[in-house]
Write a protein that binds this ligand. Structure first.
Ligand SMILES: [Zn+2]
Length: 112
């Protein structure tokens, strides 16, 4: 009987650790149920999936706040940093704000 309790407890422990490590909770709940404390140990050794490192083609690091966002992001979801028109672009190209807004609008309509 205690064996069953350990397995069920492991399933719930796995579920909460998986949730904290941004991993598949359902899969880890089942792993805990069948593997018991072994699954808990494996899960504890695995890294958190919410990584702070950028993966080329998948994610990129925001130069302003340092958070990792999806590589196709146009605007940082943490700080609002603009990846299309980085800060300083206007000064470098010496164009008016009106031209900048118009150019930006055209680019957004074209989808790049
Ligand atoms: Zn940012």
């Amino acid at each position: 009987m205690w064996f069953l309790i350990v397995m069920i407890l492991s399933a719930f422990v796995c579920y909460s650790i998986a949730s904290a490590k941004h991993r598949a909770t359902g899969n880890w709940f089942l792993s805990g149920l069948f593997l018991g404390p072994v699954a808990v140990l494996i899960l504890l050794l695995l890294p958190d999936l919410a990584t702070k490192e950028e993966i080329p083609g998948v994610s990129k690091k925001c130069p302003q706040c340092g958070e990792v966002v999806k590589s196709e992001s146009r605007i940082c979801r943490f700080c609002g940093y603009d990846f299309i028109w980085p800060d300083g672009w206007r000064e470098e190209d010496h164009i008016s704000e009106r031209e900048w807004i118009e150019e930006r609008r055209k680019r957004l309509l074209r989808g790049n």
